[in-house]
Design a protein around this ligand. Structure first.
Ligand SMILES: [Mn+2]
Length: 334
């Protein structure tokens, strides 16, 4: 059975490489609110495609977060809003790290009826591509791009190695989330033979917080909320809090990792008010066998078993209540 599965994966990778070889030009897209995995795997894939003699455009709706600007090749990522013409010529689009096509945001307008290659590791992936390579065992899209380099028998270069390293590192929470496997570490061991400085990278990505960000974190931590049994812990960030501290939501994205540290907490949620009224972005993390992908699905979202998200079109208070009910239910039924 296992051998069969492995063979299946190999075949799929080969098929994807064939589809790539048969075409000349590519659009590489990843999700809105990009992070280490999406940006890292986009650049590494673009390098692989270049190395195969293909022409590549890399386009996202949102800009690259500040803490990833050190990545070599990051300047080749174009922003949709900066395109002169909202028309791009390409033979196939490769969509990375996206469970649904909606996740690429406005870039979807460029797709038309072009061939779509879907490469992802989310359990909630809808198989929207003409060819779908969805590997739930992969820690990250970066890990899959690394496998693609191997299948293509292309030597990985220093820049791509660094990008894959960052993709895997950020999606595994620096190698401690439950998606970290022996395969992850094997790949990392190989990558460390390249010009990679883990100390520096960690510093770039995690240790560049502003004074104002830390002040806001202090405020968030001072106002944490929990269920009676302490198994569910959540926190909120409102527009007013961001404005008062002269911050954007980007700088709050890893606040949830601090809250995850709480002993006895099984599910952790981050509720962020979106600019428009009556809309809340919810990020969920599970530390036990509570399936937060299922919780997010109730609200039209999704992601992974232990990390997911959704947008709830209600005011903050109502969102809090709805979420509380669903999480209570999930905690009870596990
Ligand atoms: Mn990912």
């Amino acid at each position: 059975m296992r051998e069969k599965k492995r063979k299946g994966k190999r075949m799929l990778k080969k098929k994807i490489l064939d589809e790539i070889k048969n075409r000349k030009s590519f659009l590489v897209v990843a999700h809105i609110h990009p992070e280490g995995d999406s940006i890292g795997s986009q650049i590494a894939l673009a390098n692989l495609l270049k190395g195969m003699g293909k022409s590549v455009r890399v386009i996202n709706e949102d800009k690259v977060p500040r803490n990833l600007l050190f990545l070599p090749g990051v300047d080749r990522i174009e922003r949709f809003s900066n395109l002169e013409k909202k028309e791009v010529d390409f033979d196939a689009a490769i969509i990375l790290d996206c469970p649904t096509l909606e996740r690429i945001g406005k870039v979807k307008q460029l797709l038309g009826s072009k061939y779509i290659i879907n490469i992802d590791h989310h359990i909630s992936n809808e198989g929207f591509g003409d060819i779908n390579w969805v590997d739930l065992k992969a820690s990250s899209a970066g890990e899959m791009i690394y496998a693609l380099f191997k299948s293509a028998e292309k030597e990985i270069d220093n820049a791509s190695a660094l990008c894959v390293y960052v993709a895997i590192m950020t999606d595994t929470g620096s190698f401690h989330y439950s998606n970290t496997t022996s395969q992850t570490h094997k790949i990392i061991a190989e990558l460390l033979n390249f010009k990679i400085n883990p100390t520096k990278i960690y510093e770039y990505i995690y240790e560049t917080k502003s004074f104002d960000t830390l002040k806001l974190l202090a405020e968030v931590l001072a106002n944490l909320q929990k269920s009676k049994d302490g198994k569910y812990v959540w926190f909120k960030v409102t527009d007013e809090m961001l404005k008062r501290n002269r911050l954007t939501a980007e700088s709050t994205e890893d606040f949830i990792d601090f809250v995850r540290m709480i002993e006895g907490a099984e599910v952790v949620a981050y509720l962020r008010e979106l600019d428009s009224d009556n809309k809340v972005k919810v990020s969920l993390r599970s530390k036990t066998d509570v399936d937060v992908n299922a919780v997010a699905k109730n609200f039209g979202g999704g992601g992974h078993y232990a990390a997911s998200g959704c947008v709830i079109e209600k005011c903050m208070e109502e969102t809090e209540q709805l979420l509380y009910q669903q999480i209570k239910k999930a905690l009870k039924s596990k």
